[in-house]
Design a protein around this ligand. Sequence first.
Ligand code: S3P
Length: 169
Amino acid sequence: MNPASNLILVGPMGAGKSCIGRRLAERYGLRLADADREIEQRTGTSVATIFECEGEAGFRARERATLAELLAGEGLLLATGGGAVLDPDNRALLRERGYVVHLHVSVDQQLERLARDRTRPLLARGDREQVLRELSEQRAPLYAQVADLRFDTGSMTAADAAAHLADEL
Ligand code: S3P
């Protein structure tokens, strides 16, 4: 990894992008940015409300603009939203502007970690397990396309995952 550039985490909901990202940012002295939280700050509302009022397309447009703005700089640890890789322009931007780590997690682990989560609108679209399996099938090749490194978080805590991942960087 080139420490002067950005370190970017991609991967599905519940992979630990925000929690692992916080620890890696500290370790490497990078400025932490979480794309979803940035969008919420800019709009003054939640991701769930944006989905409700503007639809997924509205959220994706905001996500695209926010990623472009954040990645104009350097020295950032960026935790992206799970669907950031859907847009081909985003994929090109991520590849161009940083070292990209795909945090992989199994659907079973996701179900466990997200069991009490009510903030993610995609999970409300149907049976959670089916939703997560479909998203995983659809997105796995996209994460692979952008990633410089794939890291399996397994059942590790965020602290352990960050420490092990740092060994691989
Ligand atoms: C999404 C993941 C969420 C958030 C939005 C859509 C997705 O981010 O961006 O709910 O499409 O997988 P996290 O991956 O941080 O949960």
